[in-house]
Design a protein around this ligand. Structure first.
Ligand SMILES: [Zn+2]
Length: 261
């Protein structure tokens, strides 16, 4: 038993981790590989598709729906049960992306899941609070932690003007609002640096588009709409803010257009 229970429309009810895929299991944090692409002997023989359980997990992320996690004893992990299968609680899908591991070159979908707190609250970031507002509930910590001094500096350099669309959100009290987007995400398995070269100053809309791969930055700073392939502008630059091409390439490889660029 291994795989994803659920449908695209409703989201995934449960996933089973039981080895055979290159999942990463850190207990409260899991990087789960989608289903498909293997033959009966567990060899990588084809691309995975964003259908069935793989699409259901994306629905779970978009809708913020919890997923039951079940671990089997065959899982290569310190958190595997000694025998049989064990229900290990509710998790939320915090992120998904795609990649072609060089070992076999086939398209794989991957999902980062974070365990829900005991009261079932999401651990994934909720909508951001305005700047300088301290967290009121523990579940906001993850996002606010990421609003580091580095992020503040990048946002200040751009004076909160979105590097994609040029808009600036005025809060009405003299302050402006923007978000610092990590191009290559922090944390397992991406391990992007918290460095200005790995950050963009974006409006919330373009932050979401960028995080889901709805837009990506092609060579020369061209902003591309992933669905249509149309160039929609140029990344706004600031001479004091170098953006790393290697991070933009990583973003394109893992999110742009859902099937790789
Ligand atoms: Zn924008």
């Amino acid at each position: 038993m291994r795989g994803i229970a659920g449908r695209t429309a409703e989201g995934a009810d449960a996933i089973v981790l039981s080895g055979g895929y290159d999942d990463i299991d850190r207990g409260d944090e899991i990087v789960y590989t989608g289903e498909g692409g293997l033959d009966g002997n567990g060899r990588n023989v084809g691309d995975q598709e964003l259908t069935g359980g793989n699409a259901a997990l994306v629905t779970s992320q978009l809708e913020g729906l919890p997923v039951r996690v079940i671990r089997g004893s065959e899982l290569q992990s310190a958190f595997a049960p000694s025998t049989g299968y064990r229900y290990d609680g509710l998790f939320y899908v915090e992120d998904h992306w795609h990649e072609r591991p060089p070992e076999h070159g086939f398209l794989r979908y991957r999902y980062r899941l974070v365990r829900a707190s005991d009261d079932g609250e999401m651990l994934v970031p909720p909508p951001p609070l305005p700047p300088d507002v301290p967290p009121r509930v523990p579940t906001t910590i993850q996002r606010l932690v990421r609003s580091t001094e580095v992020a503040k500096a990048v946002k200040a350099l751009h004076d909160h003007q979105c590097q994609v669309c040029g808009s600036r959100i005025e809060l009405g009290d003299g302050r402006s609002y923007s978000e610092a987007a990590h191009i290559r995400p922090l944390g397992v398995p991406h391990n992007g640096p918290d460095d200005p070269a790995n950050l963009l100053c974006l409006c919330p809309n373009d932050h979401v588009r960028f995080d889901y791969g709805a837009i990506f930055i092609a060579a020369g700073g061209v902003v591309v709409d992933a669905a249509s392939g149309v160039e929609i502008g140029h990344l706004r630059t600031n001479p004091d803010h170098h953006v790393g091409d290697e991070f933009l390439a990583y973003h394109r490889a893992h999110w742009a257009g859902g099937t790789g660029v």
